[in-house]
Design a protein around this ligand. Structure first.
Ligand code: ACO
Length: 402
């Protein structure tokens, strides 16, 4: 393909593109987005088909290996993930030392980074078996860690995994079960959470994925790279938006539920207030994930018998936005984060857990992208250029003369 970078370098010129609005950082075969048409495909498969028919672990396999698994391949993959779901007892002690009310995204990033110290045999980024081991460890242990993030906030013990249950079913049990008591998860909830994890599994070169690639481009290990991705995800302009949406809906509800007044403040850019869960760098049409999540929100709340006024407020905000010139002109539509929080809330998660759930879902995508980069003959250390705008040259003046 055309390599603009080489062309410009030969002329001594650089491009300036803040936020990488028009600059591709890599070639990739994993995820395709057409932002104008509202299309998302993993390895060529439409997101709608995967959400309806596949499972999160199967999608993880697809993203990582490029093809859907046969029944035997899937069984081997699932059982390998299952074998690694326990965390070392010292690891639990380590996680227990963080303040209980500290934000779980900070604990998650630290915990994932710390996996490198517990599994030093899985660090070589260029050995296939080692990378496969680190991949399986991350998929398995992030689930256990995420369930523990919920429990430790409540002062409850970590529950051990149960291999006889599926990935999502057992995650719900580890998160919500009373110790030593039987736990039945609602099939509607299992399916909804599985679907949400699928919808979050990859989204090409977003902020956190680009971060994972950037850190990995220095040949840093997989844990170090993914932990950096967790930190990038935590910001409210990215994955942190799901928590921010709920804070926004809570504020509107507490103020009497006036969606129109809130939208006036957004349009007037009063105090920089934005409609959280709206807008996207790439989608200039309805985010296809948001459409699926919206349907799921109705299903889950109905199945659980939850009536939440915030869902009505959210729908009112969307209705206003879709008919308002401010949003139409700027092509602002709901993104994946707009309705997810309402589902997580109905399931029993606290708002602080929303972004860790996003991270759990994004894990296969981060790893697949990192692995693709490591195998790419064109891989280079990420090192952007700059346009220097500071002083040219000046002489140092000793402090007594300043
Ligand atoms: N509410 C109100 N106005 C908005 C919003 C919003 N949510 N998003 C963008 N705009 C406006 C901007 O003010 C700007 O208007 P202007 O031309 O009058 O200055 C215009 O739309 C373009 O916005 P940018 O910030 O330049 O768009 P960018 O592509 O840089 O940002 C982003 C994309 C960060 C997602 C933005 O839309 C936003 O802040 N949304 C709210 C946070 C959010 O939901 N993030 C989750 C993104 S999806 C994800 O990570 C899973």
């Amino acid at each position: 393909g055309l390599n603009v970078s080489t062309l410009l370098r030969s002329t001594g010129k650089v491009t300036l593109d803040p936020g990488f609005m028009n600059t591709a950082s890599c070639e990739s075969k994993i995820t395709y987005i057409d932002g104008d048409a509202g299309i998302l495909r993993y390895r060529g498969y439409p997101i709608e088909q995967l959400a309806a028919g596949s499972s999160f672990l199967e999608v993880a396999y697809l993203l990582l290996k490029g093809e859907l698994p046969s029944a035997a391949e899937f069984e081997a993959f699932e059982s390998r993930v299952n074998r690694h779901t326990f965390v070392h007892e010292d690891f639990r002690t380590f996680m227990g030392t963080f303040p209980r009310n500290g934000h779980p995204m900070a604990v998650l990033a630290s915990a994932i980074n710390a996996l490198a110290t517990f599994y030093p045999e899985s660090l070589d980024p260029h050995d296939d078996d080692t990378v496969e081991l680190a991949t399986v460890l991350l998929l398995a242990k992030t689930r256990t860690i995420t369930s523990y993030l919920h429990r430790r906030a409540a002062g409850e013990p970590l529950l051990y995994p149960d291999y006889s249950r599926g990935y999502v079913d057992d995650f719900l049990r580890m998160t919500f079960a009373v110790p030593y008591m039987a736990y039945e998860s609602d099939p509607v909830v299992v399916k909804a959470l599985d679907t949400l994890l699928i919808l979050h599994a990859d989204h090409e070169q977003n902020c956190s994925t680009s971060t994972v690639r950037m850190v990995g481009s220095s040949n840093a290990n997989l844990y170090a790279s993914v932990a950096a991705g967790v930190n990038a995800l935590s910001g409210p302009s990215h994955g942190g938006a799901n928590e921010a949406v709920l804070a926004m809906l809570t504020e509107i509800q507490a103020g009497g539920g006036d969606a129109t007044e809130f939208m006036r403040r957004v349009k007037d850019k009063e105090d920089g207030v934005r409609l959280m869960g709206f807008g996207h760098r790439v989608y200039k049409n309805y985010d296809p994930r948001a459409a699926i999540v919206k349907d799921s929100a109705h299903e889950v709340l109905e199945a659980l018998g939850v009536e939440d006024e915030m869902l009505d407020i959210a729908m009112k905000l969307e209705e206003i936005a879709l008919n308002d010139d401010y949003f139409i002109e700027r092509k602002l539509y709901p993104n994946v984060d707009f309705y997810t929080g309402l589902i997580y809330k109905a399931m029993g998660f606290s708002p602080q857990m929303f972004t860790p759930l996003f991270a759990l879902g994004r894990m296969p995508g981060w790893i697949a992208q990192w692995r693709e980069m490591m195998k790419d003959p064109a891989m280079k250390i990420g090192r952007p250029r700059q346009i220097y705008t500071g002083y040219t040259e000046r002489d140092y003046v000793p402090v007594a003369q300043r």
